[in-house]
Design a protein around this ligand. Structure first.
Ligand SMILES: [Zn+2]
Length: 59
């Protein structure tokens, strides 16, 4: 799966085997973004999702 395909499915599928049985660990917040380790329960692949800060909301 390409990066843009991964974004199209909104990170809900394994980029290697396309399984939806994926599990994320805790989110690591850093300056301007965040990362999260993800694992696939079907093929046992591991990867890191990357997030970018897009703004802030008033509460
Ligand atoms: Zn997989």
């Amino acid at each position: 799966m390409t990066q843009s395909e991964y974004l199209t499915v909104r990170g809900t599928q394994c980029p290697y085997c396309h399984s939806q049985d994926v599990e994320g660990s805790e989110v690591d917040i850093n300056e301007g973004g965040a990362t999260q380790e993800i694992g696939c329960n079907t093929c046992n692949a591991e990867w890191i999702d990357t997030y970018t800060l897009t703004g802030y909301m008033e509460v």
